[in-house]
Structure formats: structure tokens, C-alpha cells
Design a protein around this ligand. Structure first.
Ligand code: BES
Ligand code: MN
Ligand code: ZN
Length: 502
């Protein structure tokens, strides 16, 4: 999809395109473009609004066939809700619901008429950029493996032209968002890729593309991890034919003196549960158990693409959890990189084993000012929060508050769950230092306590994204596809709190 921003031309003519889109706020305060179109259509817009239930609510769309004398096929009205409540997220979501409507029609080009529109919290060019971003985010498709596509599968929006007051400023704002969206799309693609294709080594190969953007990449192979003592990570992969990897990505855009932010992702390319095997129903969904790693990849792409002025380290543990003669068993004890011994009571609680070594390695080597891990870690979080909030737990309350607040701005909501020594006791083992499952409920919290034991008390936040990574319900910005939840959130988090010092 090509997006261009242009100044209004002197003539009042609408450029040739399939659909022309104008905005309306709730309460029907007509924007200049709507007034113009209404005149052009001899009162047709007012009549259409009066004879429908369109009231300008956010995301509401009214699509009209254009009269014969106009050069466009359709005139589309898009509601943005109440003008005083308008925000970047509302504009983005409205753009996304417009995309759904546009994609229903065989239309390939659209022109937005935004001249003169401002709201209390957004400038004209920001409205244009976020609107285009919303359309783009919801236009995501993954048809790679369909050899017999229906015409609807082919449908796409070829180009968006946005007419507004300051096109250069809109371009600048949209350029940042488009890097973010490239990160989101990449994360989504990685999650949809089937597990026979996206093996740990294929994932490593994918990450190599970041080099072109200036990201430095290091790959630790099994032999090296064995030498270092990363036995809990290796334990998860030992039942698989596909070797395990740990990949470190460096984006050094900030002050060289400043300690980095580290983001660590669970990358289980397929989770059968291992010897504690999962039931057959829906086991295919466990191809997205590398969702945390995909978000880390997407974030690095966004940061490098927009040349973020911050130092960020991305670390992903890439493994496949399979049952096999060589696989770990319930009852096994392994020694982690930290030196702590772990009793594996359930081989399906494997994500925390991968993260234990990845987190310890990250803090030990990089001394980050904050470490955030992302993981599709527990089904318990889906019970607790469903698909609308990710869970966050950690040891840096200020950073958690900042993360929650940023989440509200980008519509990626985060809910904090408690850490408490009384939960921590639940994972004391009788034969080793720690066991990999608790027995008294609170599965997401005991999982976080397990991770906490491998953070060496550096400031840390754990995000359990099992419920939000791939929503079963239609999501405003991603539909039924994986969401890429975390890329926009963390990109914005970095922009807000880590780029300010330069
Ligand atoms: N990958 C799963 C968690 C998961 C479940 C992610 C549903 C996405 C959707 C994780 O490895 C797992 O199996 N966790 C177990 C832990 C239990 C054995 C302590 C779980 O939550 O059931
Ligand atoms: Mn599992
Ligand atoms: Zn898992």
C-alpha cells in the first residue's frame, strides 16, 4: 500500500480515485470536506446521514455510491467520535475500521480529505498519519501458502492519498509509524508461519535481515551454550531434531555511556508440551509460542528502522519443545546458567526454563537499566485476563506504571499482577533450588516468581502475552490475525522514556 500526503490543490476538484473519504465527529459538526461534498452532491450527504443511523461515532462508516457527475465511485464518511475525546488511538482504530469497509469493495485507491481538521489533542498532520497507520495495520493479510486464492483474498488497498495542511510534517510522522508497522507485520508473519517452516534455525535466518538496518547480531549455538552452562534452555530443546539458539541483537542508537534497555523473548517455535504432552485439540496453536521472540524482533526492526536514539538489546531463546527418547522427563534436575538447580516437574512449563538462562545471561553480560521479558508463558493468564489485557509483574514499580500508561495510549493494555513471597514459596523444591511449577493456583504469578529468581535482582518486568498475542475475537487493529501486541507498546515506551535524554 502506497501512502502519499499532499496539500490541497487550488481547484476544488477531487483527484481521481475509487473512494473519497471525509471525516465526521459525533454531533454532526460538518468538517469543511463534508460541507464541500454535500454541496457537490446537492445535499446528498445530509440526506444520507438523516436516513441512516450514522452519527459520527468512532469507527462508524457510511459508504455512498457517488453521483454520476463525480469522478469517484464512492463517497465514504468516517466517524471519529466526540471531538474532545479524540486521540491518536481513536484515529488509528477508526482508520482500521475504514480499512475493513474499503476491503469489502473492489476499490484500490482512496483519497482522504483532511484539510483544516484539528482536534484538541492532535494536529492536522498527526490525524492524517495515524489514520493512514490504522488503515495499514488492519490491511494485513497472510496468503503465502494459498495457491488457489479467491478474488477477496487478492483484494488490497493499492494507494492512499491524504490531502491535508502540512504534508511534509505528516510524512515525517507517518514514516516513524510505518517502521513500527513493519515491525508489527513482521511479528505477525513470524507467528503465522507454520512450525515446520519456522524452526529455530529458520528464525535465526529471519533475524539476520536486521543487519541491513544496522542491528548487530550474535548467534549462540548449542556447543557454546553448553560451554557457558545454559542447561535449562538446552534442556527444552534436547528432545527436538532442530537445534536451539540464543540470539542477541544490539541497537546502539543512544548515548554510548548509557546502560541499555534489554528486551528478552520466549521463542518456542512449537510447544507440544514435551513428555508432559498437551492434548491434541488446538495443539496447532502452539506454533505461536515464539510470540515473545517475534515481538522482540519486531521491536528491534522498528527501533532500527526509525533510528531510535536509545540503546536496546534484544535477546531471544529459540527452541522447539518435543517429546522424544532424548527429551527431558518430569523429575529431571538441571543446573541453570545462574548455578541454581531446577527440578522439572512438568515439561510443558518450558518457557520459564528458556527464559531463566536468557534472563541470567542478559543481566550478567549487559547490566541493563531495565530488563523486560515477553512470553506466551501461561494459560492461566488467559483465564485471568482473557484476550484484552497482558499481565505485567516485576520489580520496578515506576517502569511498570510507565508501561501501563503507554499501553493505554496505544491500545495495548497491561494489567499488573502481584509478586509476593508467599507465592514464591510455592516453587521451592524438595530436591533442588526451585521447581518449574507451583501447586496452589496463581499459575501466572508463580511463573513470574520463577523468572524473578533468575534476574539477579536487577530492575525487571515480565509480560505474559499468552492471551493477547493472537486474540480469538476480532481485534480492532488486527482482526483474526496475530496482533503483534507489544511492538507498538514497547516502541512507544522507548520513544517516551529512553530517547528523552538526548
Ligand atoms: N505455551 C504455553 C502457554 C500458553 C497457553 C500460551 C495457551 C498460549 C496459549 C506454556 O508453555 C504452557 O504450556 N504452560 C503451562 C504451564 C503449566 C504446565 C504449569 C500452562 O499454562 O498450562
Ligand atoms: Mn508449554
Ligand atoms: Zn510454551
Amino acid at each position: 500500500m502506497q501512502v502519499t500526503f499532499e496539500s490541497p490543490s487550488k481547484s476544488t476538484e477531487i483527484p481521481e480515485c475509487s473512494s473519497v473519504v471525509a471525516l465526521l465527529f459525533e454531533g454532526n459538526t460538518y468538517t469543511p470536506a463534508v460541507k464541500n461534498l454535500d454541496t457537490m452532491m446537492q445535499g446528498g450527504i445530509e440526506r444520507a446521514i438523516k436516513s441512516s443511523d450514522f452519527s459520527g461515532k468512532k469507527g462508524q462508516v457510511l459508504s455512498l455510491i457517488a453521483p454520476a457527475h463525480m469522478s469517484v465511485n464512492r463517497v465514504v464518511l468516517l466517524g471519529l467520535g466526540e471531538i474532545d475525546n479524540c486521540s491518536a488511538q481513536i484515529v488509528t482504530e477508526s482508520g482500521a475500521s475504514l480499512a475493513v469497509e474499503l476491503l469489502k469493495m473492489p476499490c484500490t485507491t482512496a483519497t482522504f480529505l483532511l484539510e483544516g481538521i484539528t482536534v484538541p489533542t492532535l494536529k492536522n498532520h498527526e490525524i492524517g498519519a495515524h489514520l493512514a497507520a490504522g488503515v495499514l495495520l488492519r490491511s494485513y493479510r497472510f496468503n503465502k501458502y494459498k495457491t488457489n486464492q479467491k478474488p477477496e483474498d487478492h483484494r488490497r488497498i493499492d494507494s492512499l492519498k491524504v490531502i491535508l495542511d502540512l504534508p511534509e510534517k505528516a510524512d515525517e510522522c507517518f514514516s516513524k509509524l510505518s517502521h513500527q508497522i513493519a515491525g508489527v507485520f513482521w511479528a505477525r508473519n513470524l507467528m503465522v508461519e507454520p512450525p515446520n517452516i519456522l524452526t529455530p534455525s529458520a528464525f535465526v535466518h529471519e533475524l539476520m535481515s536486521l543487519k541491513d538496518l544496522g542491528v548487530k547480531i550474535e548467534v549462540l549455538e548449542e556447543a557454546e551454550m553448553k560451554k557457558l552452562g545454559m542447561n535449562t534452555l538446552l534442556a527444552v530443546g534436547q528432545g527436538s531434531e532442530n537445534p536451539s539458539y540464543l540470539v542477541v541483537m544490539h541497537w546502539n542508537g543512544g548515548n554510548p555511556e548509557e546502560a541499555p534497555l534489554a528486551v528478552v523473548g520466549k521463542g518456542v517455535t512449537f510447544d507440544t508440551g514435551g513428555i508432559s504432552i498437551k492434548p491434541a485439540a488446538k495443539m496447532d496453536e502452539m506454533k505461536m509460542d515464539m510470540g515473545g521472540a517475534a515481538v522482540v524482533a519486531g521491536l528491534m526492526r522498528s527501533l532500527a528502522g526509525r533510528k531510535a536514539k536509545a540503546n536496546v538489546i534484544g535477546v531471544v531463546g529459540l527452541v522447539e519443545n518435543m517429546p522424544d527418547g532424548k527429551a527431558i522427563r518430569p523429575g529431571d534436575v538441571v543446573t541453570s546458567l545462574s548455578g541454581k538447580t531446577v527440578e522439572i516437574l512438568n515439561t510443558d512449563a518450558e518457557g520459564r526454563l528458556v527464559l531463566a538462562d536468557a534472563l541470567w545471561y542478559t543481566q550478567d553480560r549487559f547490566h541493563p537499566q531495565l530488563m523486560i521479558d515477553l512470553a506466551t508463558l501461561t494459560s492461566a493468564v488467559v483465564i485471568a485476563l482473557g484476550t484484552k489485557y497482558a499481565a505485567a509483574m516485576g520489580t520496578d514499580q515506576k517502569a511498570i506504571d510507565q508501561l501501563k500508561q503507554t499501553g493505554e495510549c496505544v491500545g495495548e493494555h497491561v494489567w499488573q499482577m502481584p509478586l509476593d513471597d508467599r507465592y514464591d514459596k510455592d516453587i521451592d523444591s524438595t530436591v533442588a533450588d526451585v521447581k518449574n511449577t507451583g501447586a496452589n493456583g496463581a499459575g501466572s504469578i508463580t511463573a513470574a516468581h520463577f523468572l524473578k529468581r533468575f534476574t539477579n535482582d536487577i530492575p525487571w518486568i515480565h509480560m505474559d502475552i499468552a492471551g493477547v498475542a493472537w486474540s480469538t475475537e476480532t481485534h480492532p487493529l488486527s482482526g483474526k490475525n496475530p496482533s503483534g501486541f507489544g511492538v507498538r507498546l514497547l516502541d512507544q515506551f522507548v520513544a517516551k522514556y529512553y530517547e528523552k535524554s538526548i
